[in-house]
Design a protein around this ligand. Structure first.
Ligand SMILES: [Zn+2]
Length: 197
């Protein structure tokens, strides 16, 4: 069945979806009432057209500024750099951080280097340099794997003359672990135990 194969192939493009799950999704679509499928299609269109990058931190937002950057009680002189929007949500849940964020939307990989599509690295460099000394600490909270470390080293090299304190979360983060899978207690310790790089 051509149409069924097509939709299965499209579902397989979703992260973490294997062939069996893609097939289950496709069969679910077939038996779901039209009105619900229309709702899904409409929601997909809306999210694509209304969500963009926050002008300040590059997190996803429907406004010009995300709620964190728009919050006057957040400390703008401390920036926590994360790879993905999910990491912001995880750190927020740990309630250990009142600074601002920068979302890179990826990390430097040996394959793509700094040219990886969608990587918001230059936005961070520009933001820090433009702040001309107003950023006092940069916490690099990329995953403790090769790519995360490469990104941390790259950022440190480029920004150490602009920020007095560049720290890297360390203690409590298991090697090879994923920031967004970490429980809030572990992540809380990791934030508190950050080290100067
Ligand atoms: Zn923001």
């Amino acid at each position: 069945m051509k149409a069924l194969d097509k939709i299965t192939t499209l579902f397989r493009r979703f992260p973490g979806v294997g062939p069996k799950q893609a097939e289950r999704f496709a069969l679910y679509v077939i038996k779901t009432p039209d009105v619900q499928i229309e709702e899904l299609v409409e929601a997909l269109r809306t999210v694509k057209s209304s969500v963009g990058y926050c002008r300040e931190c590059s997190n996803y937002t429907e406004e010009e500024l995300c709620p964190i950057c728009a919050d006057p009680s957040r400390n703008r002189s401390v920036i926590c750099v994360v790879s993905h929007p999910q990491d912001v949500a995880a750190i927020e849940k740990s309630k250990t951080f009142n600074g601002s964020y920068h979302v890179l939307h990826g990390v430097i990989s040996p394959m793509d280097g700094v040219n990886q599509e969608g990587l918001r690295l230059n936005e961070l460099i520009e933001r820090v340099r433009k702040a001309s000394g107003a950023v006092t600490e940069l916490i690099i909270a990329t995953n403790p794997d090769t790519e995360g470390e490469t990104t941390a080293i790259y950022l440190t090299r480029l920004l150490k003359d602009y920020v007095p304190g560049i720290t890297r979360i360390a203690c409590g983060v298991p090697l090879g672990g994923d920031i967004d899978y970490m429980d809030e207690v572990t992540l809380g310790y990791a934030m508190k135990g950050r080290t100067k790089v």
